[in-house]
Design a protein around this ligand. Structure first.
Ligand SMILES: [Zn+2]
Length: 50
């Protein structure tokens, strides 16, 4: 299984996971709940354990 990390959407506070390749890729993440797009650094909560 590919490594993943969790982020929290800065707009709606929804938590979702992304492929770890996205972690430092510098590309926008796409929130599946509200459709917001944001950078990893803008997330108020990141869990990249494991
Ligand atoms: Zn959202």
């Amino acid at each position: 299984m590919d490594r993943i990390f969790w982020v929290e959407c800065p707009d709606c506070s929804g938590k979702f996971f992304c492929d770890y390749e996205m972690r430092y890729a510098g590309i926008d993440l796409h929130c599946p709940f509200c459709g917001d797009q944001f950078q990893v650094e803008q997330s108020p909560w990141i869990d990249d354990r494991g």
